[in-house]
Design a binder for this molecule. Structure first.
Ligand SMILES: *Cc1c(COP(=O)(O)O)cnc(C)c1O
Length: 387
């Protein structure tokens, strides 16, 4: 169906940071399928793992034990400090699981209509509950009645949260992205998560972090919250988890990890042997190749490069980033830059109308980073010079 305003290109192959279209032309991929293919395309170790597993066992059911799922849960809890994992197939489903956990936590406290605090400018998915949680009217319009049980506050605004804490006894959880992705690579104050943690502790709320986009090394840490010295109660992952094999996860800790009992939640496909094998291969490669540190270092270089080349340019509002999650905000709508970059053999994204967003693969080469920086700076300079 007509769900996407697609760019006029069709890819048929890929290798590393390069995608090849159906006429044989190569493109430098600085979006990674929206932060999914963090190891690039057709990574040999992931490909080998998938081929092996496809020839061994693809799917059984969560009615039975799944050793690869247990191994993946062990790896993810070791890396994150969380305790238990529910596996699903997408970011929206991971968020759905979190919203259901929050409601169970509320009912366990005899709150009849539990509510979750969510943020302006947030994105949590396209299912009815997650689009209702999302802070963007364009995502919601036409799909009313929305799911109730959400209280909205501005992002990065502790005062607004204090007001909610005083006036809304039905609140049981906060659902927030550590850095807003679709909302325009919005980075909150450095102490935001720590202050959220303290407020949640004081109020008995669950702190639920949507790291569907920021997780798995994207921001130069395994998970963005690890910059803050805190632990969430619930952690949501998807996008990069399987390097393109659909997979999501809802991790929990403490009381939140014990709320689901048999029959309360489930998924036919979630955590099947094929997807878990892919995710295990992803983690192994990331650890072997030091890709989390690479994301931090390369991101810092690119950020400095953009600030130097574009920082003083009238029309550039802000240049920001954390690891290889980078945003360049302009003072005008710039979605047409996606098509112009495509013509130059460069895949970038524009989100929130005015923010050029880069989510290059973590395996991006140094020369590729240079090409990306040169190409994009020229495009932005030319674009701003026109108006
Ligand atoms: C992409 C995204 C989602 C939705 O993930 P899907 O796999 O498309 O359902 C949810 N939250 C955040 C922060 C995202 O970036």
């Amino acid at each position: 169906m007509n769900t996407y305003a697609r760019l006029p290109v069709r890819f048929v192959g890929g290798r590393g940071s390069t995608l090849t279209d159906d006429s044989g032309r190569d493109y430098l991929d600085a979006l990674s399928g929206i932060g999914v293919c963090n190891l690039g395309h057709a990574h040999p170790a992931v490909t080998q793992a998938l081929c092996d597993q496809a020839g061994t066992l693809v799917h059984t059911s969560n009615l039975y034990g799944i050793p690869l799922q247990e191994r993946l849960a062990e790896a993810l809890t070791r890396l994150s400090g969380m305790e238990r994992v529910f596996f699903c197939n997408s970011g929206a489903e991971a968020n759905e699981a979190a919203i259901k956990l929050a409601r169970l936590a509320g009912h366990a406290r005899d709150i009849d209509e539990p509510a979750v605090v969510v943020m302006d400018g947030s994105f949590h998915g396209r299912t009815l509950a997650t689009l209702s949680a999302t802070g963007n009217r364009r995502v919601q319009a036409g799909f009313e009645p929305l799911v109730t049980g959400f209280v909205r506050v501005p992002f990065d605004d502790m005062a607004a949260l204090e007001t909610v804490a005083e006036n809304s006894p039905q609140v049981v959880a906060v659902l927030v992205e550590p850095i807003q992705g679709e909302g325009g690579v919005r980075i909150p104050a450095p102490d935001y998560l720590a202050r959220l943690r303290a407020l949640c502790d004081r109020m008995g709320w669950l702190l639920m972090l949507d790291e569907v986009q920021t997780g798995m090394g994207r921001t130069g840490r395994w998970f963005a919250f690890q910059d803050s010295g805190i632990l969430p109660d619930v952690l949501l992952l998807a996008k990069a988890l399987g390097n393109g094999v659909p997979m999501g996860a809802c991790l929990a800790r403490g009381a939140a990890a014990e709320l689901f009992q048999p029959g309360r939640h489930g998924s036919t496909f979630g955590g099947n042997p094929l997807a878990c094998r892919a995710a295990l291969a992803v983690i192994e490669v990331m650890e072997q190749e030091g890709l989390v540190a690479r994301s931090a270092a390369l991101g810092e270089r690119l950020l400095a490069r953009f600030r130097q080349a574009l920082g003083e340019l009238p029309g550039v509002v802000s240049i920001r980033g954390q690891g290889l999650m980078l945003g360049i905000e302009l003072d005008r709508p710039c979605t047409e830059l996606m098509g112009r970059a495509l013509d130059q053999g460069l895949l970038i994204n524009v989100t929130a109308d005015t923010v050029v967003r880069l989510l290059p693969p973590l395996i991006l080469g140094e020369d590729e980073a240079e090409r990306l920086a040169d190409g994009l700076c020229t495009l932005i300079r030319d674009f701003l010079a026109e108006a």
